[in-house]
Write a protein that binds this ligand. Structure first.
Ligand SMILES: N[C@@H](CCC(=O)N[C@@H](CS)C(=O)NCC(=O)O)C(=O)O
Length: 216
């Protein structure tokens, strides 16, 4: 087995896959691909040019959700992150989609992009867009808080990909100097702290700190 992950560490989607790899104890190497500056050859792996992509021997696969599902199917003797029943698997996919397509565009592509990336690219920060995104996020916090009910995790009372897929965006959010209001959304804030305290994420956050410092 030789796994190569293509991407950059500050991407929430790359972080999602790296967390899966670490939790599953799968060894991998990472090759840096910077969004908007991808080499031509990378389009043969992902025609959309987006990160992450994974090479497993002769096999290439892209999109974080597809990669995580592939790792689960290909390496069944590792920590299961995608559920043990059809119902659990469906709930986990739902939260993953929710993170990727509802939380991500606001917390990462708007708040993080404007507050952190735009500056490093010489672009102005669109603070009006940031404020609008912060307002839109409120409904998502309410929903996610309601889904935690009395559990420490989103699905099946244990750590799964659902937890990773939501928490990964709070990391980018925090890099943009924003944080959840723990008084208003106590379960969600506690969930975030619980997930980010895992050894896998602690390792990644320490690694990301170097990249973040360079950006700033
Ligand atoms: N649905 C994709 C989203 C990946 C994505 O949007 N990645 C961003 C970086 S966070 C990217 O590569 N953007 C560059 C581009 O769109 O050209 C996934 O989960 O992998």
């Amino acid at each position: 087995m030789s796994l190569i992950l293509y991407g950059a560490s500050l991407s929430p989607f790359v972080r999602k896959v790296r967390t899966c790899l670490l939790e599953k104890k799968l060894e991998y190497t990472m090759e840096l691909i910077i969004p908007r500056n991808q080499p031509d050859w990378y389009y043969q792996i992902n025609p959309l040019g987006r990160i992450p992509a994974l090479r497993d021997g002769q096999f290439d696969v892209c999109d974080s959700a597809v990669i995580c599902a592939y790792l689960e199917d290909k390496y069944p003797n590792t920590l299961a992150l995608c559920g043990n029943t059809a119902e659990e698997a469906a709930r986990i996919r739902w939260f993953e989609k929710y993170g990727d397509y509802e939380v991500g565009p606001l917390a990462t592509f708007t708040v993080f992009f404007n507050r952190v990336l735009a500056k490093s690219m010489g672009l102005p920060c669109d603070e009006a867009a940031v404020q609008k995104a912060l307002q839109k996020l409120v409904a998502h916090y309410d929903y996610l808080e309601s889904q935690l009910a009395d559990s420490d995790y989103f699905v099946g009372q244990r750590f799964t990909l659902a937890d990773i897929a939501i928490a990964t965006h709070w990391v980018n959010f925090s890099y943009a100097q924003e944080q959840l209001d723990a008084q208003r959304w106590p379960k969600l804030a506690a969930h975030q702290a619980r997930i980010l305290a895992r050894d896998s994420l602690q390792l990644l956050l320490a690694d990301e700190a170097k990249m973040l410092a360079r950006l700033r």
